[in-house]
Design a protein around this ligand. Sequence first.
Ligand SMILES: CCCCC/C=C/C(=O)SCCNC(=O)CCNC(=O)[C@H](O)C(C)(C)COP(=O)(O)OP(=O)(O)OC[C@H]1O[C@@H](n2cnc3c(N)ncnc32)[C@H](O)[C@@H]1OP(=O)(O)O
Ligand SMILES: NC(=O)C1=CN([C@@H]2O[C@H](COP(=O)(O)OP(=O)(O)OC[C@H]3O[C@@H](n4cnc5c(N)ncnc54)[C@H](OP(=O)(O)O)[C@@H]3O)[C@@H](O)[C@H]2O)C=CC1
Length: 279
Amino acid sequence: MFEKSLLAHKRILVTGGGSGLGAAMSHRFAELGAELLICGRRSATLDETAAQLRAAYNAKVHTFACDIRDANAVADMMAAIWQDGPLDILVNNAAATFIAQSEHLSARAADAILAPTLHGAMYCTLEAGRRWIESDHNGVVLSILSTSTITGRAFTMPSAMAKSALLAMTKSLAVEWGPKGVRLVAIAPGPFPTPGATGQLHPEGRDSGPAARNPLGRVGEHSELANLASFLISDQAGYINGEMVVQDGGAHLRSSGAEDLLHWTDTQWAAQRTARAKS
Ligand SMILES: CCCCC/C=C/C(=O)SCCNC(=O)CCNC(=O)[C@H](O)C(C)(C)COP(=O)(O)OP(=O)(O)OC[C@H]1O[C@@H](n2cnc3c(N)ncnc32)[C@H](O)[C@@H]1OP(=O)(O)O
Ligand SMILES: NC(=O)C1=CN([C@@H]2O[C@H](COP(=O)(O)OP(=O)(O)OC[C@H]3O[C@@H](n4cnc5c(N)ncnc54)[C@H](OP(=O)(O)O)[C@@H]3O)[C@@H](O)[C@H]2O)C=CC1
């Protein structure tokens, strides 16, 4: 659907690029000619994905074991990246979430979600943006958000808060940094099953699932998200700034996606907390 050189000569950092949707986007970007930089906490996962990208597309790939909750670690990673030349595109994809009754969230539990999802993405954006502006180099930031930015979402309140704040960042910096050559865009995916999302959000006992509730009767294909992301970060989308594109089959128009949990009993929630404590 695209020219094979759509992303040629682009250096792209994908946070959380070792797994799930981050890996799917990295594959498509590499196929379209990009140089990939992927980060996450698990080196082995990053190395495995990097090897696949090199083998499949002969792509140039760098990995960074970096915990984006740590502002100093993010600054060090960006400094290392810029030693080889400027980045062109940042994809804020890394995030964390889990289902919980909000009245049972400790401060540590809420921070476990806010720290990577909100603060980590903000640290990455500020470190990249500062360098782009100082060197008069054009840049693009794509943030992977959620339809919870529109509907809110019961039982994943910290994630909904973090994603909504990143939408505010996208809109605010689109205006502030647009004149300086930096464009910000976002995607709000609906259900795109990944081991990470399924493990955190869909324990046994939830209803038959997102496919049944979706107006189109199915969940998203990773390739669909990767193609939308490729377009939005490309020069072809150069006049799109400050926008979030929803890609959910229309699901959020019908439901925020958490209503089944309103019917969970206290016993089910207690079992969920116990299972987590044991794992
Ligand atoms: C249509 C659907 C749209 C959904 C939109 C968003 C989707 C996604 O984000 S999908 C991505 C999911 N992937 C991940 O979450 C991967 C990354 N996950 C992690 O790194 C971890 O699993 C973690 C951040 C969720 C928790 O790990 P960690 O930071 O190491 O936290 P601790 O184990 O130290 O615990 C801190 C604190 O949090 C409490 N806690 C942790 N997990 C749960 C849980 N599942 N349920 C309830 N509470 C949890 C834990 O008990 C600690 O609190 P205290 O006990 O008070 O110390
Ligand atoms: N899948 C879905 O249905 C939906 C997903 N999304 C969003 O899509 C994105 C990808 O999610 P998905 O692929 O499903 O889930 P994954 O769990 O596979 O992705 C999370 C990624 O983030 C990385 N990560 C987590 N914490 C940190 C950290 N502190 N520092 C660095 N990297 C970190 C993980 O790597 P590591 O563990 O090695 O650190 C992992 O690669 C997220 O932003 C999510 O909110 C939004 C709506 C729906």
